[in-house]
Design a protein around this ligand. Structure first.
Ligand SMILES: [Zn+2]
Length: 347
């Protein structure tokens, strides 16, 4: 070994060791925010599943051009400012196309608050296809993937704003044909973009069906986030998905309808993941927010700050260390949302 290569070796092994110790993504890992590329290490503290705006009209009738963007901006701005003041740096906005996705609004809010915001590509297949455009019935997974890849490469609807991940959704197992098609499209698009697949998934059987489709299409479970994992009360599914390599996300802490039982269930789920030594595959969020067009003043806004003000102290009372909280709220999201192709071994 020459001196130079020895130096390289030492430098590289030091880097590798540092990554192992901190759990942070490798030096070059990047995420795509509504304002462009950002090194994953700079995401800071992250809420991986929230909503700025949701419109429940349905894919047949939704018209995002009617929104009063100034009113929405003024309503949401103080909520995001409060979140930043509570110590959060990044909010991942999970409202898909045809249910109120508004990339220009997000960019404006990001610029005004300094918060990093991510938007998405993909389709929402749950609720019996109410939010799916009609072309999902006739197009192939390849065609759907091409629509999403076009947004990835060229930006969303002429805005130049690129998605930071894919957001899809399915109902309980067994998945419908259209829902299976969406998951397959996500697999195809992942292998050509490296965008993580975050899926609203009710119940462990549906999660297993999605993971099976992804793996059969060559995608590693590491590219998959099981959104709403708390919808499954049998924690053995959480263990199974995390051991496969998937991200398991507990995110039902919306203060508008939060019950004591739900809080306890979230604490129990996190304690279970800790006991199973699976905190390195665990995500935590609230599914809170949002301005709802059609309601006076956008309806009742569930604050984004609940997790920081109320829930994390409860987690520490349960014996979670600062380091563990940091792992869940900073290191894991930085790895989960890094744009990276994750192939299934042997696939
Ligand atoms: Zn949501």
């Amino acid at each position: 070994m020459t001196l130079i290569s020895r130096r390289h070796f030492i430098k590289n092994s030091t880097l590798a060791t540092a990554t192992l110790l901190t759990g942070l993504p490798a030096e070059k890992a990047k995420v795509m925010t509504v304002r462009g590329w950002l090194p994953a290490r700079k995401l800071g503290t992250v809420l991986p599943h929230e909503h700025v705006l949701v419109d429940f009209s349905g894919a047949d009738t939704i018209d995002t051009s009617k929104y009063d963007l100034d009113e929405i901006f003024e309503t949401v701005l103080p909520q995001l400012q409060a979140l930043k003041a509570a110590g959060c740096d990044t909010l991942i906005e999970c409202t898909p196309n045809y249910i109120g996705r508004s990339p220009l609004l997000l960019k404006r809010l990001s610029e005004a608050t300094g918060l990093h915001l991510l938007t998405n590509t993909g389709y929402y297949g749950a609720v019996d296809h109410k939010y799916l455009p009609s072309h999902v019935a006739t197009e192939s997974p390849r065609q759907l993937a091409d629509r999403w890849l076009d947004e990835w490469k060229n930006g969303i609807e002429g805005t130049g704003i690129r998605p930071g991940f894919m957001k899809i959704s399915v109902d309980k197992a067994p998945l419908s044909e259209r829902q299976r098609k969406i998951v397959e499209a996500a697999a195809i698009a992942h292998l050509e973009s490296g965008l993580t697949v975050a899926s609203h998934t009710i119940g462990g059987e549906a999660a297993m069906e999605e993971l099976d489709i992804l793996q059969k299409n060559g995608v590693s479970p590491e590219a998959f986030i099981w959104i709403h994992a708390q919808s499954e009360t049998d924690t053995s599914y959480h263990r199974k998905a995390a051991r496969m390599g998937a991200w398991v996300e507990f995110d039902g802490l919306n203060a508008n309808w939060l019950t004591d039982e739900a809080v306890t269930q979230h604490l129990d789920c996190l304690s279970f993941m800790k006991k199973e030594k699976l905190l390195h595959r665990t995500l935590l969020s609230q599914d809170a927010g949002w301005y709802e067009p059609g309601k006076p003043g956008g309806g009742k806004f569930a604050p984004f700050t609940y997790l920081f003000e109320e829930f994390l102290p409860k987690l520490q009372e349960r014996g979670f260390t600062k380091k563990e909280v940091r792992q869940i709220t900073r290191e894991n999201p930085a790895r989960a949302f890094s744009v990276k192709i994750r192939r299934q071994a042997g696939g």
